[in-house]
Design a protein around this ligand. Sequence first.
Ligand SMILES: C[S@@+](CC[C@H](N)C(=O)[O-])C[C@H]1O[C@@H](n2cnc3c(N)ncnc32)[C@H](O)[C@@H]1O
Length: 255
Amino acid sequence: MVAGPLSDAQKHQLFAEFQRRLRSCVPWSPAMPYKTELNIIGDSYHTLNVFPELAPSDAPVAELNPAERADSPGKQFRYCIRLHRAGRQLMTWYGDKTGSVIFDSDVLIPAIYQCRDGEPGVWNEHPWMSITPAEILTLREGSRLAKGRVVIAGLGLGHQLIEVSKRLSVKEIVLVELSQELVDFYLPRVRPHIKKRLTVLVGDAYQIVPTLSADVALIDIFPNYGGNEAATQELARRSPKIKKMWGWGTAALYL
Ligand SMILES: C[S@@+](CC[C@H](N)C(=O)[O-])C[C@H]1O[C@@H](n2cnc3c(N)ncnc32)[C@H](O)[C@@H]1O
């Protein structure tokens, strides 16, 4: 079936719905509960930009000018600050639910893009990690479990690493990250925000994590949200010295 143009009544209904959402915006809090419809006051959404010299932009990733991007030396990673426009919907997900978030004013969303497989400098259209409400809320459930000696698998934008390091009950962190290029390029920007003892191990988490001991391991090395239960469970089974393991995009916790 081919969808025809919207009728005037349908357009009116969509506009009324959009106005209703804009009128019901509330301040952002990283502690707020997830809802399938999130309407957030843009001015309350503050994200950490570790390249403050960059200008924000809403241009497609491949069209960013040098003032709007930071590329890793081997051109595998591009960091930028997305200028996310007021009223534009962003998808959210949580457990088995999906939804959307809108902001009532423009917001800044740090993002990192990876190059296409084997094509340095040619960027995937979608970021590989960005500091959106969905990422913050879904990573939060893992970060809240962190205590004692914590293994974090997957550096990404370092969001979870920073959040975990703020927790009083956390004594030390072991970061496991596959990409040496990401560690060299990005970790120096994050390190000043880490107030706990940090050990960095570069390599494949599927091989390294089973050799480590920890109170908690937080695993976020999966490309997509959801369906990561089996991989997390299998990793937990092979990691007898990890007391508790959490995987991003799984519904369960493995003890
Ligand atoms: C989505 S990002 C993690 C985001 C991170 N939780 C944050 O808060 O910003 C996924 C990360 O896992 C890393 N990664 C992917 N596969 C991996 C593996 N097998 N072992 C270790 N790290 C891996 C990627 O290089 C990337 O840094």
